[in-house]
Design a protein around this ligand. Structure first.
Ligand SMILES: [Fe+2]
Length: 314
């Protein structure tokens, strides 16, 4: 067993093997890791959690941590620290992990995603769904009031939690189902890969408190003031989404549009496929995410789960 608690900064050479898992460089993104679990661990997790279902997790908050503890009990004591270490590490801040085809049950996906997220912290309440996670469909037709479920247009790069009055340290997205779906990959940009980071993060408007308002479907009535860039641990972090930020002048609007265009056009914005049953977890403070458009198909059907939350203090 060879599992350092601090990950190597020469990520390409990093390889970590613990009791029941391996952490390897992600094959599709130079910043990220992929975590492979032993199949026996995954099978044992679902065996030991057979008595728990997603409704139980929704209704009883402590069960979310109970299920995390069950996953941890099947691995070594360093696993939790490694997950947190990756997400906090400015050089990476992201990983993927999945059920590796051992189950196709959506209730199992909720359980697995919840176990992983609650090794890292606590999920925020998601007002769109009324519980701690949200499942949402992308189909051929949609009448929603944001880009979230509109299949055939680019969902521009953004951070999550812009219009809620609580921190959103991390983001988890898990693929539940995909049929007739071409395109639609997650598009990701790590702030330190973006060539215009300094230009925008040091501009006078970078610290201006813009107003954010959510559309009706989000079930969030309040308006929030947010700085677009702020410092954390001496590194610039971002808070931005084009759909909900409300400029007050032409100068504001021009700067916000230039910012969004620069991120979209950055050669470092990379599309990353996510197989069914796999999740990606990202640090929401220095990663931006979006979605490529799908190719038109009358039977397009894709379902994702999202969770957002805060890092554990202990
Ligand atoms: Fe998002």
């Amino acid at each position: 067993m060879n599992a350092p608690t601090k990950l190597s900064h020469t990520r390409q050479e990093f390889f970590c093997e613990g009791n029941g898992y391996r952490i390897v460089p992600h094959p599709e993104h130079h910043r990220m890791y992929h975590i492979e679990l032993n199949n026996q661990v995954i099978d044992a997790f679902f065996e030991k959690t057979r008595h728990i279902n997603s409704q139980n997790l929704e209704y009883v908050p402590y069960m979310r941590f109970v299920i995390a503890q069950i996953l941890e009990s099947l691995l070594d004591h360093k696993f939790r620290g490694l997950l947190r270490g990756i997400l906090h590490d400015r050089l990476t801040g992201g990983y993927t992990i999945g059920v590796q085809g051992r189950t196709m049950e959506k209730d199992d996906y909720v359980k697995f995603g919840t176990a992983v997220s609650h090794l890292v912290g606590t999920s925020n309440f998601d007002a769109m769904s009324g519980t701690y996670y949200a499942r949402f469909l992308v189909k051929d037709t949609d009448s929603s009031d944001s880009y979230l479920r509109q299949a055939y247009r680019l969902f521009t790069l953004h951070t999550d939690g812009t219009f809620v009055d609580e921190p959103t340290d991390w983001l988890l997205m898990m693929k539940f189902e995909e049929r007739n779906a071409k395109g639609g990959e997650s598009r990701l940009l790590h702030l330190d890969d973006w060539e215009d980071l300094e230009k925008f993060s040091t501009h006078p408007l970078a610290s201006y408190e813009f107003t954010y308002k959510a559309p009706p479907s989000k079930n969030v009535q309040q308006t929030i003031k947010r700085r677009t860039f702020f410092q954390l641990n001496n590194h610039p972090c971002a808070c931005f989404i084009d759909q909900f930020v409300c400029p007050e002048t032409i100068e504001h609007a021009t700067w916000l549009k230039d910012l969004s265009d620069s991120m979209e056009n950055s050669p470092e914005t990379k599309a990353m496929p996510l197989p069914v049953g796999q999740l990606v977890m990202l640090n929401n403070l220095f990663w931006l995410h979006g979605r490529a458009p799908f190719e038109k198909h009358p039977e397009l059907h894709r379902e994702l789960m999202r969770q957002r939350g805060t890092f554990a203090a202990h």
